[in-house]
Design a protein around this ligand. Sequence first.
Ligand code: ADP
Ligand code: MG
Length: 245
Amino acid sequence: MNNEALIRQYAKQLRLTILTTKTFDFLSEPVSNEEYLKNCLHEEVVYREEKAKLQRIKKACLPTYKGFDEFDTDFQTSITDWQLKQLAEMNWIDGIYNLIIIGPPGTGKTHLALAIGNKAVEIGYKVFFSSMDNLIHILKTQEISQRSAAKVKWIKNSDLLIIDELGYLPIGKIEANMFFQLVSQLYENTSVVITSNKGFDGWADILGDAILATALLDRLTHRCQVLSFTDESYRLANSKQIFDV
Ligand code: ADP
Ligand code: MG
C-alpha cells in the first residue's frame, strides 16, 4: 500500500472523517510536515465541532428562534438591560443557577427562555427545551419509548433544561412525583429555567401536593433568580387588526 492509502486507512481506523476523505495534494502545499499535519488536524477539529453543534441544535428541540437583541426592556420593565446582559453572558449556567420567570400570558417569558436556549446552544452548552406538558409526556413514556428514554438521557446530561409553561394544565400526583424525581436528579448538575403563569403560591395546586411543591421549590430556589414579569401583554399591545391594514 502506498503512503496515501495507508494514511486513509489509519484515518478510518481512528475515525478521522476529514482525513479519511481528504485529497492529499502534497505538491500544491509547500509547507513543512509539521505545518501540514497541523492543518489536517485543524480541519478535523473544525469538522467535529461543527458536527457536535448541529447535534446540539437538533437535540435542544428549540421550537423557534428568539434573540436577546429583540427583547425590548422598554416594554418589559421588570428586567433591566444590565440583568438581560448578565443572563446573556451565561456564567450562571457554569455556576448551576436556576431561573424562574413568572408572569401573565404575553409578557415575554417564552421569548426570554428561547433567547437563553438559543444562545446557550450556540456557545456550546447542551440544552433541552420543552413545554411542561411535553416533559411530563416524555417522563411518563420513557419505559415504553426509546425516543423518550433517549430524551431523558440527554436531559440528565444537559447543562440547561428549559421548561416552558408550568401551570397551564394541572398535573397528576404520579406525574408530579416523576417531575420532582427529575429535578432532584438534576440538582447541582444542570441549570433549570422554568416559565410559569402562576406564582409560587399556586404551585401546590398545579402539582396537587403541597409538601411536594415545597420540596420542589426548596431544590429549585436554592441557587436561583426569580423574575416576575408584570405589565400588559406584548401581544395585546401590538395586536394588529384586520381593518388597520
Ligand atoms: P409569554 O411566554 O409570557 O406568554 P411570549 O414570550 O410568548 O409571552 O411573548 C408573546 C409575543 O410577544 C412573542 O412574539 C414575543 O416575541 C413578543 N414579546 C413579548 N415580550 C416582548 C418584549 N419585551 N420584547 C419584544 N418582544 C416581546
Ligand atoms: Mg409562553
